[in-house]
Ligand binder design. Structure first.
Ligand code: ADP
Ligand code: MG
Length: 266
């Protein structure tokens, strides 16, 4: 794949939407892989104890594997536990093992509980030469997601082309406003990606048009189709981009990643 432009300073995205099953993880791993295959240095921080991003990126995350938990709770540097992904030599993953589930409660009593990931990211940016960082979040707004929101400057929201899609976004906008006011002034909803688009239904088209009307500058041009290839890739430890690079889903994700890289920070 062709080389993509390198940002002048690292871009840090939190992939967020408090609804589960909307394509957060799928979007994270495919955009990250496409950027890495385009020659950029990419880190994915798996912030979901389920570890689905770690699975799709082919890195070890069985119980006891060190990663996001140690960074948040023990103040260990990201560089210590980031693993290279077999998909690309310049793609690294800070894995999440199921042990991370306990962090949600254990963080409550720690000093600077909302800033711990931001501190670790600042250090990693200095040590690593990273171009893009992506946080894959669990479907809740607890301290794990909050740490990712505080550590990031851009929000990427995957929106499933379904009824009530915009309601979830309204709720997310309220959360963003709260985080912005209190913890992170730099946070912007920069990017929206329409996912699970079904060509055969008018509903998908209507939802997509509605989202584009509300967020004309943020919404990426490509729409990610509903595709079996996309859904089955993780069971092979793959992203659709590495598993079936010529499939419609892979092509759509590559186009989305390229648009993110070319339009730069919004
Ligand atoms: P989230 O991280 O928001 O919970 P996922 O990315 O895990 O969502 O997606 C939820 C489920 O839908 C997964 O089984 C995933 O493989 C599947 N999926 C995601 N995107 C697509 C798509 N474009 N077409 C078909 N299945 C998809
Ligand atoms: Mg997920």
């Amino acid at each position: 794949s062709s080389a993509l432009p390198r940002p002048s300073s690292p871009r840090i995205f939190v992939v967020a939407n408090q609804k589960g099953g909307v394509g957060k993880t799928t979007t994270t791993v495919n955009i990250a892989t496409a950027l890495a295959l385009g020659g950029l240095n990419v880190l994915v921080v798996d912030t979901d104890p389920q570890g689905n991003a770690s699975t799709a990126l082919g890195v070890e995350h069985s119980p006891g594997t060190k990663g996001t938990y140690e960074v948040l709770l023990e103040g260990v540097g990201i560089i210590e536990h980031a693993q290279p992904s077999p998909h690309s030599p310049n793609l690294h993953v800070l894995p999440a093992a199921i042990d991370l589930a306990a962090a949600e409660l254990e963080l409550v009593n720690l000093r600077g509980r909302e800033h711990r990931m931001r501190d670790a990211i600042e250090q990693y940016v200095e040590e690593s030469g990273v171009d893009y960082i992506f946080f894959d979040c669990p479907p809740s707004l607890g301290l794990l997601t909050l740490n990712a929101l505080v550590a990031s400057t851009e929000i990427l929201v995957p929106i499933q082309c379904e009824y009530y899609a915009l309601e979830g976004v309204t709720q997310l906008m309220r959360t963003i406003a709260r985080v912005k006011g209190n913890l992170n002034d730099d946070l912007e909803l920069s990017t929206i990606l329409l996912t699970m688009f079904d060509q055969r239904t008018n509903l998908s088209r209507e939802v997509a048009d509605e989202v584009r009307k509300h967020f004309p500058t943020q919404t990426l041009t490509p729409e990610i189709p509903r595709s079996v290839r996309i859904a089955e890739a993780p069971s092979f430890g793959q992203t659709v981009i590495t598993y079936q690079p010529k499939s419609v889903g892979a092509v759509a994700y590559q186009a989305a990643a390229e648009e993110i890289a070319r339009r730069g920070e919004v």
